[in-house]
Design a binder for this molecule. Structure first.
Ligand code: NAD
Ligand code: HSE
Ligand code: NA
Length: 824
């Protein structure tokens, strides 16, 4: 014996119904089956709406009724050949007339009791079961229409009646004995009292019906057919990466359902659980998918955590008082007081000192709950044993669920570590008494973020989803996007990192999107869907999106962005930047950004500030944190200037060479920044600060190579024109050096707190003499590198090397930030 239950979506359209028919056909061949059906999708709601309109005396309830009529007639016409229609249409119309009479009555007396509403909504299942029965018969199957109000008996708690199980089970067994049909088509959701008054089984009622049949008939399995692949690891509307689990225990399924997983509701499992009948969740639209099997004992495989669930909106009530210490029965008195008002406690925690008890309830019960507790403890209030009962709103509960959690220590630690790394503050924690769940209360606006963070941490076997917000899509920014696109697969395979672009901006337009922005046609997307750029709004929207593992990338050369970094880092959003301006203004800002990053578990990475992709900042950091002392740094830090002096000969003018450097992507957007030594000065300043020295830009002695007359040129074109006039001057400078077998070299030097950047003439025995192309070189003298300095050398400018350096920073953030799933 097998029970099959089809929910509203499975009988939502004639096409869906045809699928149901073929599933039923394949199952009934070698055994008897019970098919439980819900109303056609949307019909239950429509019936409620119709009844409500009628009770308000609004005649438009007739229109709704006509819609209900048409929907069913259309379904019948679509499913059955003309010759078979009249019989089922006749019985449908009879039912519809009955419904119309009741509605008319409701409309006349302007009153809709729960009892009447139960009677009215029950029509949905009666309609659908009749139609399905006729359609199965039409395919040559032996199907029997069954009105379950004759079998399932309840008390008279209309709206959500309690089942009288013994009598119900007996009725079901007798019924199946008295009939021979191979397929029993039963109306889900509906039942009746012993006086034959219609009742309904409440939320998830049709599942309950199926479960009752299963238990009564000791079925081999209860199959719940729906429109998803089974019980999911999390609500897929909240967690994009959620997937269906193959197995779950009854308890796990209930814990997950308790917190709102919509596939199955707790009471519906009870009868099956008691009789240990397996439940199979299947997808009507993908019958080949294995779905989820729910049974008593599940093999201890497939992870510790079964799933995550959440309640989006709860209120927290905290009862505080020193007098509660050691007083027994406080908790049970609270339970009693709330139970007396039918208030369900979702979660309860007690601080270890027992000074406070915190409990969560649905927000609509908060005021009532506070009142009932105040009344219960009025004496204690007077005696100052209890000082305060506080209500907090706009909170969510997230629960991590899994049977195996009991045996494995440290799950709670992992949970809170992952949340902490994403700046999610926890208001209260409770380990369920079953030890199958750890629940915690957080701000409501962090719910989705927390779910995604934990899902990544526990289910994605190491895959880290990084969310990027990129401002600046010029040379470096667009090269970064191109490289991310080219290497996406590799990043995923080799590093288990999934990079998603969630925001883009240039100086004109900006675009933020919950859907990841395509790496291949971001340009069109930004152009077509972008809004006018406003950095404040960009940052605000990014914060609102509140995604886990977010990184803000500044690929502009603009001084504007640095003022947002601190705010961004305080939101636990990491910052990765090739833009040097934040680190090279005040020492105060430099210190503040590092401090904020530390405080909020965010990363602040700027390896490409110096030497593009060369590992300069990382190396210095490593040296300093391992206790080394940096004494002196001597370096060539400008890719542009290195290139200019390495490539100079008499075949090309200096200004043309600068133009070439710009075309090669070595220069700053404004090449005057390279030639005036500011770019190098900034880099030296950053190196000194990273080495632990306090220094300001003004402390650096900088030699400006831009001729006086070309400094205040109004734009870059005019600058190049002016610069041309000095080609001869630069050439003779170069010639003078070359004649002596020497080279020009723009050197940055930091020693004993003194910093200078200037053009020098170096001989062939100088270690910097053999540089080529855009090479940078650094000689770092420290306590550990005493005799010979540590030398770092290589290409120090260019779009590709810089973008690669930014990707390395992103990988570093991913590795420190997203909590990987290694070992679980
Ligand atoms: N070229 C290199 O080798 C190299 C190496 C290391 C670091 N960098 C740094 O990379 C950064 C980017 O350089 P680039 O050559 O790509 O510059 P670019 O001029 O080509 O691009 C800058 C981008 O930033 C945008 N932008 C500018 N101001 C903005 C604002 N206020 N708001 C929003 N968007 C704004 C522009 O629209 C453009 O998309 C610079 O800070 C540079 O110092 C470059
Ligand atoms: N304009 C810079 C880019 C690297 O920061 C240079 O030439 O070195
Ligand atoms: Na670097």
């Amino acid at each position: 014996m097998r029970i099959l239950k089809f929910g509203g979506s499975s009988v939502g359209s004639p096409d869906a119904l045809r699928r149901v028919i073929s599933i039923v056909e394949s199952k009934q061949k070698d055994q008897r089956i019970v098919v439980v059906v819900s109303a056609l999708r949307g019909i239950t709601d429509k019936l409620i709406e119709t009844a409500t309109l009628a009770s308000a005396g609004d005649d438009s309830f007739e229109d709704r009724l006509n819609e209900i009529d048409k929907r069913h007639i259309d379904t019948i016409n679509d499913l059955l050949p003309v010759s078979k229609r009249s019989e089922v249409i006749t019985s449908f119309k009879l039912l519809l007339n009955e419904l119309q009479d009741v509605l008319q009555g409701v409309s006349l007396i302007r009153e809709l009791t729960k009892k009447t509403l139960d009677f009215i909504v029950g029509f949905g299942e009666r309609f659908s079961a009749q139609i399905l029965t006729a359609a199965l018969q039409n395919q040559g199957m032996e199907a029997l229409y069954t009105d379950t109000r004759d079998l399932i008996k309840t008390d008279n708690n209309f709206g959500s009646a309690r089942v009288l199980t013994a009598q119900t089970f007996q009725n079901i067994r007798n019924y199946l004995e008295d009939h021979n049909e191979n397929i029993v088509v039963a109306t889900g959701f509906i039942s009746s009292t012993e006086n034959q008054e219609s009742t309904t089984l409440g939320r998830g009622g049709s599942d309950y019906t199926a479960s009752l049949f299963g238990a009564a008939l000791e079925a081999d399995v209860i199959e719940i057919w729906t429109d998803v692949d089974g019980l999911m690891t999390a609500d897929p509307r909240k967690v994009k990466n959620a997937f269906s689990v193959e197995h779950a225990s009854y308890e796990e399924a209930m814990e997950l359902s308790h917190f709102g997983a919509r596939v199955i509701y707790p009471p519906t499992i009870q009868p099956a659980l008691k009789s240990e009948i397996p439940i199979l969740i299947k997808n009507t639209f993908k019958p080949e998918h294995p779905g989820t099997q729910i049974k008593k004992e599940i093999k201890k495989k497939g992870g510790i955590i079964r799933g995550l669930s959440s309640i989006e909106d709860v209120a927290l009530i905290t009862i505080k008082g020193s007098g509660m210490i050691g007083v027994t029965g406080v908790a049970s008195r609270i339970f009693g007081a709330l139970a007396a008002r039918n208030i369900n406690i979702i979660l309860i925690t007690q601080s270890s000192s027992e000074h406070t008890i915190t409990l969560a309830v649905l927000p609509e019960f908060a005021a009532d709950a506070k009142e009932s507790i105040s009344e219960e403890f009025s004496e204690e209030f007077k005696a100052d044993i209890i000082d305060e009962i506080r209500v907090e709103n706009d909170l969510s509960i997230v629960a991590v669920v899994g049977d195996n959690m009991r045996q494995i220590p440290g799950i709670a630690g992992r949970v809170f570590n992952a949340l902490g790394r994403n700046g999610i503050n926890i208001v209260a924690i409770a380990q369920g008494s079953s030890e199958r769940n750890i629940s915690f209360v957080i701000d409501r606006n962090n719910e989705k973020k927390a779910m995604n963070t934990l899902h990544d941490a526990f289910f994605l076997s190491g895959v880290k989803t990084m969310n990027l917000f990129l401002v600046g899509v010029g040379l470096i920014g667009s090269t970064l996007l191109e490289m991310l696109s080219d290497h996406a697969e590799e990043l995923y395979k080799e590093y288990q990192i999934d990079v998603n672009i969630k925001g883009l901006a240039n100086s004109r337009q900006m675009l933020l999107s919950e859907e990841s922005i395509s790496l291949s046609d971001w340009e069109d997307h930004l152009g077509e869907d972008g809004k006018k750029t406003n950095l404040k709004n960009f940052v605000e929207e990014m914060k609102q999106m509140n995604l886990p593992n977010s990184i803000f990338v500044d690929c502009t050369a603009s001084p504007e962005l640095k003022s947002f970094y601190n705010e961004i880092l305080s939101e636990s959003i990491s910052v990765v930047t090739p833009n040097k301006l934040a680190n090279s203004t005040s020492q105060e800002l430099f210190d503040q950004l590092h401090e904020t990053a530390k405080q909020h578990n965010a990363a602040y990475k700027y390896e490409t500030n110096v030497g593009a992709g060369l590992p300069v900042i990382g190396t210095l950091n490593e040296m300093v944190t391992t206790g080394d002392h940096i004494h002196k740094i001597e370096a060539v830090l400008s890719g542009t200037l290195s290139y200019l002096f390495n490539s100079f000969d008499d075949s090309v003018g200096f200004s043309d060479l600068v133009m070439k450097a710009k075309e090669m992507g070595y220069t700053e957007p404004d090449p005057r920044e390279d030639l005036n030594g500011f770019d190098v000065g900034r880099k030296l300043l950053i190196l000194a600060r990273v080495s632990g020295y306090e220094l300001d830009f003004d402390d650096i002695d900088i030699q400006n190579l831009v001729p006086e007359e070309a400094r205040d040129t109004k734009d870059i074109d005019e600058f190049f024109e002016k610069l041309k006039e000095f080609d001869d001057e630069f050439e003779s400078m170069w010639k003078a050096a070359a004649d002596e077998g020497k080279k020009l070299c723009y050197i940055a030097r930091f020693e004993n707190g003194n910093a200078e950047v200037k053009l020098e003439t170096i001989a062939s025995d100088h270690p910097f003499y053999n540089l080529s192309g855009s090479d940078n070189i650094l000689a770092i003298h420290s306590s550990n590198y005493d005799v010979n300095p540590l030398v770092i050398k290589g290409p120090g400018a260019g779009a590709k090397v810089t973008a690669a350096g930014i990707i390395s920073d992103i990988l570093r953030v991913a590795n420190t930030k997203a909590y990987s799933n290694a070992g679980f």
